[in-house]
Design a binder for this molecule. Structure first.
Ligand code: AMP
Length: 199
């Protein structure tokens, strides 16, 4: 049996409109480091991505960043990459997403934009298809993911959520709640945390 060791954080490459987004991204990185989780993320140094990774590294996480070559100049400032212990440069977005998935035992989505949404939704579709049972946590800051929670409920009410093995995403209202979900998550005999539930 193994517990969660490495956590993939999906989040905006922008800082967002409210100061609380950067503050709480820094807090999440700090708490991951303090709890000795490794961080796996998209390798950017800007916005919430930069805040999570630099705080996690400062507090003891091993940080793995996975970034496509063509995004290096756009999302990663060379001088700020010191927080990334293991920088993996790939060719395509698909390779990035696949490695983020493979190297992680759990996923947390912080506030973000289209990129964040795309990444976390794809991870959910893989769970729905029974490809993995790793936990997926929407970490809301100031209610950021409430529209997503509402959308799931709507899909469920309208009978469009059909899979018996759909992984039920977890909604955490705070960083501390997200951390306690990670630390409390039981492990199954195959080493994957048991999270498949019916909606
Ligand atoms: P955003 O939430 O739009 O700021 O994007 C967050 C991260 O997702 C950034 O590192 C983007 O490069 C990345 N991203 C955007 N689109 C995709 C995609 N199709 N596949 C993988 N990552 C993406």
């Amino acid at each position: 049996m193994s517990a969660i060791r490495s956590v993939c954080v999906y989040c905006g490459s922008s800082p967002g409109a409210k100061a609380s987004y950067l503050e709480q991204a820094t807090k999440l990185g700090t708490r991951l480091g303090q709890k000795r989780f490794d961080l796996v993320y998209g390798g950017g140094t800007k916005g919430l991505m930069g805040a999570v990774s630099s705080a996690a590294a400062a507090y003891g996480s091993k940080v793995t960043g996975i970034i496509p070559k063509f995004l290096m100049s756009k999302e990663a400032v060379e001088a700020d990459l010191h927080a990334v212990e293991d920088l993996i440069i790939v060719e395509t977005m698909h390779q990035r997403k696949h490695l983020l998935f493979e190297k992680s035992d759990a996923f947390i989505a912080l506030p973000g934009g289209i990129g964040t949404l795309e990444e976390v939704v794809e991870i959910m579709t893989w769970a729905q298809l029974g490809r993995h049972t790793k936990p997926i946590i929407f970490c809301g800051i100031d209610g950021f993911w409430e529209p997503m929670r509402f959308l799931f409920e709507h899909m469920k009410a309208e009978a469009f959520i059909h899979s018996q093995t759909l992984l039920k995403p977890t909604f955490a209202n705070t960083v501390e709640e997200a951390i306690s979900i990670l630390t409390a998550r039981p492990a199954t005999s195959d080493g994957n945390p048991a999270v498949i539930e019916r909606l």
